[in-house]
Design a binder for this molecule. Structure first.
Ligand code: FHN
Length: 421
């Protein structure tokens, strides 16, 4: 293990063939479930509750003693995701509060050793995901509010916190990542977060990413650092933003690199369980976000915060059952597609799967047609995906006019399926 811990990357990162295949597969999954779940869920005020309510770390730690999610059932969660049409799950293995939601040997502050539950829900989930063909990614926080070696709040000098023990913290992370990658089946990705808290620190990404890819070259590494991709990463994520939209104002978010893309967004306004947050997004809003992401060549990772007992609240299951029904009918226009080269239009976006294109009309056009600019291929056929009604079109050098007058428009998304040659 010691040897592995000192692995550093030498030279530029060259993804293996397995890694490239994993990236391609990932891009085809399109829709994933993001889960923020931890001892903070007990307080029902989101995952930042310790920081926001200024709860001293030692007091906050007591929550572990009450965390006993007797009703957690990995099968239920995986079936919930599948029913919603989701193909992968990204779950918090450790958030900023530093509590490990898995059976780590690297710290006693974990769900198996520090709670009355005494079981490892992430192992259950990983086994269930493997069984059901759902890919699993682990969210992993770089930021830690409690560990003395991290020394939260300490000024950064020469890439390290002035207090604390940075080398020990980096080693701790590498040891935990080794556990996550080598012990949990179905794990396909690591999703880092918290970089932005210490922008000037030397995070030793060369060593950390190098270690991950040494342990399993196909693991997809992503980092929510709000920067352009760093050497060694395999996908680029955008938090609460469609790629290129940059509505959150995080610096660098608008620059889209060459890696597979993912965007995450919350189902209400919270990541972790929040009992007062009732700003639920509608199924239509979720479908639109998903379609808009797909049209921009990005996966959509939709977040929920399960309750402390392990159950998912009914508002989420109800909405996502509707999304799942929609995906069952219209999934061919999303899964396995890639964003088309056409930039988003006032009426919507396009997705493409080989010679088949899908125009997603999510905003009814003011005129009696939609216009698809820059179409190089020749359109040979246009039908409504739903029902197969033929759709009139006219192709001109500057683009294609699709006539929508007389068509039964769908209030959520009218999908015109085009065949090109
Ligand atoms: O601070 C976290 C937050 O709690 C949550 O995990 C989100 C998910 O994208 N990321 C951070 C904010 O950038």
């Amino acid at each position: 293990a010691l040897a592995l811990n000192t692995v550093a990357q030498t030279g530029p990162y060259v993804p293996t063939a397995d890694n490239l295949a994993a990236r391609k597969k990932f891009q085809e999954l399109k829709f994933g479930l993001f889960i923020h779940w931890g001892i903070y869920s007990i307080l029902g005020a989101g995952e930042w509750v310790m920081y926001e309510k200024k709860i001293p770390y030692d007091s906050y730690k007591r929550l572990a003693g009450f965390f006993n999610p007797q009703e957690f059932n990995a099968k239920e969660w995986v079936q919930f995701a599948k029913k919603a049409g989701m193909k992968y799950i990204t779950i918090t293995s450790r958030h900023h509060d530093g509590f490990s939601m898995f059976g780590t040997k690297m710290s006693p502050y974990n769900i198996v050793d520090a709670t009355p539950y005494h079981k490892d829900p992430l192992m259950e989930l990983a086994k269930e995901c493997e069984k059901e063909g759902i890919e699993l990614h682990f969210y992993y926080s770089l930021l830690d509010w409690g560990r003395p070696d991290y020394a939260f709040g300490s000024p950064i000098v020469d890439g390290k916190p002035q207090n604390g023990d940075w080398d020990s913290y980096i080693k701790f992370m590498k040891d935990q990542l080794t556990e996550l990658i080598t012990q949990y089946p179905a794990v396909k990705g690591i999703w880092f977060d918290g970089h932005w808290e210490r922008k000037n620190a030397n995070w030793h990404y060369d060593e950390i990413y190098g270690l991950i890819h040494k342990l399993n070259p196909a693991i997809l590494v992503g980092n929510n650092h709000h920067l352009e991709p760093i050497e060694g990463e395999d996908f680029q994520m955008f938090e609460k933003d469609l790629p290129g939209a940059n509505t959150t104002g995080f610096s660098g978010e608008s620059k889209i690199g060459k890696l597979p893309l993912e965007t995450c967004e919350t189902i209400n306004n919270s990541w972790g369980f929040n009992i007062t947050d009732r700003s639920f997004k509608s199924s239509k809003q979720i479908i639109h976000y998903l379609v808009n992401a797909a049209g921009r060549d990005a996966n959509f990772l939709l977040n929920i915060g399960p309750m402390p007992n392990g159950k998912i609240q009914s508002e989420f299951t109800d909405t996502l059952a509707i999304v799942g029904n929609w995906m069952q009918k219209n999934g061919e226009s999303v899964y396995n597609t890639r964003g088309s080269s056409m930039p988003p239009q006032p009426w919507g976006v396009m997705t493409a799967n080989g010679k088949t294109l899908y125009a997603h009309v999510t905003t009814s056009p003011a005129q009696a047609y939609i216009f698809i600019p820059q179409m190089k291929e020749k359109v040979t056929k246009a039908v409504l995906l739903n029902g197969g009604t033929a759709v009139k079109f006219k192709q001109q050098p500057e683009g294609v006019f699709i006539y929508t007058n007389g068509l039964a428009m769908d209030p959520v998304d009218t999908i015109v399926k085009l065949t090109v040659n």
